[in-house]
Write a new protein. Structure first.
Length: 329
C-alpha cells in the first residue's frame, strides 16, 4: 500500500486513471470543497452514520452498474470514516472486488478509520456488524480538507490521537501535553507531523496483527466502556472513549499499578474532552456484555502499565462489574 502524506489532492491524477475512477464522498465534503471535485466522476452520498448501511451499499452499486463500472475501475473514498468504510466495503464486494483508495478528510479518518483495512457497515443498532478486511491500494492526505472541519470533529480525532500516545508512544504523549488544539490548528507543519506519526502508529500495530489476535486489541483502549455509553448518552465517539479511557486509567491504577492516571486525565481535559462522568453502570454493563457477545467468561480489557505501554488484561465479566462500579460510582 502506498502512502502520500501531506500531499495535494491534485496528485490523485497521477495515482489513478481519471476516466476509470469513481469518487465517493458525502454532501458536506462535496459542498465545502466543490472545486476539488471538478472533472471527476463523483457519487455524493448523504452524510452521517445513519447512512452507513446496506441500503446505501445497494444504491451505490446500482449507480456503479449504471455508470458502466467494470473491474478495471478504482473507487476513491473522500470523506470521514463513514465514507471510507462504505467505499472500502463496496469496492471489496462489487464484482468480487475492485481497486480502491482513500482520501480521509477528518482527523479521525486520517489517523484511524482509513487505516487497517476494516471496511463495513452497520446493521440497525449493531455497529460494523457486516464487513471485510481488505487493504486500500493507497492513502492520500491533503490536509487542506480540514479547513472546513467543525471543532467537534477535531476534538473527536484528538481523542484517538491521545489514545495512540497512551498505549504506544510516551514521547508523543509529552508533545501533546506541551501543546493544545489551538496550537495544532495554527501550526500546519506540527499538525502534518502529528497526523503522519499517528497514521504510522496505527499502521504498525495493524501490520503486526491484521486479524486482531493480540496487539491490535490495544487500539480498543477506552472503547470497551466507551462503545457502551456512546449510544445510551448520545455522546460523540471521542467523548465516549475519553470517558472510557478515564475509567480504564482508574482500573489500570488498581490492577496493574499505573501511576500517571492524573496526567492522562489532564491531557484529555486539555483537548476539550470529558473525563469523569456519572452513568448508570448496570445499563452500561449490559450493553458492554452484548457488545462483547458474551454473557460470562473472560474478556480482554485494555489497561496502561505506564504511559506509552498498553497491555491486555484478561478479566472475567463477573469480576469486572463490581470493579467498574467501584471506580465509577
Ligand atoms: N475502519 C476502521 O478501522 C474504523 C476505525 C475507526 C472508526 N471507523 C468508523 O468511522 C466512522 C467515524 O468517522 P468520522 O468521525 O470521520 O465520521 P464521518 O465520516 O461521519 O464524518 C464526521 C462528520 O464530518 C463531516 N466531514 C467529513 N470531512 C469533512 C470536512 N473535511 N469538512 C467538513 N465536514 C466534514 C461528515 O460529513 C460528517 O458529518 C464511524 O462509522 C466508525 O465506525 C472505522
Ligand atoms: Zn475509536
Amino acid at each position: 500500500m502506498a502512502y502520500y502524506f501531506n500531499d495535494k489532492f491534485s496528485v490523485l491524477k497521477k495515482i489513478v486513471v481519471q476516466k476509470t475512477t469513481i469518487l465517493i464522498t458525502d454532501e458536506n465534503v462535496h459542498k465545502a470543497h466543490a472545486a476539488k471535485f471538478k472533472g471527476w466522476d463523483t457519487i455524493v452520498l448523504k452524510p452521517g452514520e445513519a447512512f452507513k448501511n446496506q441500503q446505501t451499499v445497494d444504491e451505490v452499486i446500482v449507480e456503479l452498474i449504471k455508470r458502466g463500472v467494470d473491474r478495471s475501475y478504482t473507487l476513491v473514498g473522500i470523506g470521514g470514516g463513514v465514507i471510507t468504510d462504505l467505499t472500502g466495503y463496496i469496492a471489496s464486494i462489487y464484482m468480487r472486488g475492485i481497486r480502491f483508495g482513500f482520501v480521509p478528510t477528518t482527523v479521525l479518518g486520517l489517523v484511524d478509520a482509513s487505516i487497517g483495512g476494516k471496511n463495513g457497515v452497520d446493521l440497525g443498532v449493531y455497529k460494523n456488524m457486516v464487513g471485510v478486511i481488505r487493504q486500500p491500494a493507497f492513502l492520500l492526505h491533503d490536509l487542506s480538507f480540514l479547513s472546513s472541519l467543525s471543532e467537534k470533529e477535531w476534538i473527536n480525532g484528538f481523542a484517538e490521537i491521545i489514545k495512540h500516545a497512551a498505549i504506544k508512544d510516551a514521547a508523543l504523549f509529552k508533545d501533546l501535553s506541551n501543546h493544545n488544539l489551538a496550537y495544532y490548528l495554527k501550526n500546519k507543519s506540527a499538525l502534518s507531523k502529528l497526523i503522519e506519526r499517528n497514521a504510522l502508529i496505527k499502521t504498525r500495530v495493524v501490520q503486526k496483527d491484521e486479524l486482531e489476535k493480540g496487539d491490535r486489541k490495544l487500539l480498543n483502549f477506552g472503547h470497551t466502556l466507551g462503545h457502551a455509553i456512546e449510544n445510551i448518552y448520545d455522546l460523540s465517539h471521542g467523548q465516549a472513549i475519553s470517558i472510557g479511557m478515564t475509567y480504564a486509567a482508574e482500573l489500570s491504577e488498581k490492577l496493574v499499578g499505573y501511576k500517571e492516571k492524573d496526567k492522562l486525565i489532564s491531557l484529555l481535559q486539555q483537548y476539550g474532552l470529558p473525563t469523569y462522568a456519572k452513568m448508570d453502570v448496570d445499563k452500561a454493563f449490559d450493553i458492554l456484555v452484548k457488545d462483547k457477545k458474551k454473557a460470562s467468561g473472560d474478556i480482554h480489557y485494555i489497561l496502561l502499565q505506564k504511559t506509552g505501554k498498553g497491555v491486555l488484561y484478561k478479566i472475567s465479566l463477573k469480576k469486572l462489574k463490581p470493579l467498574l462500579k467501584s471506580v465509577i460510582e
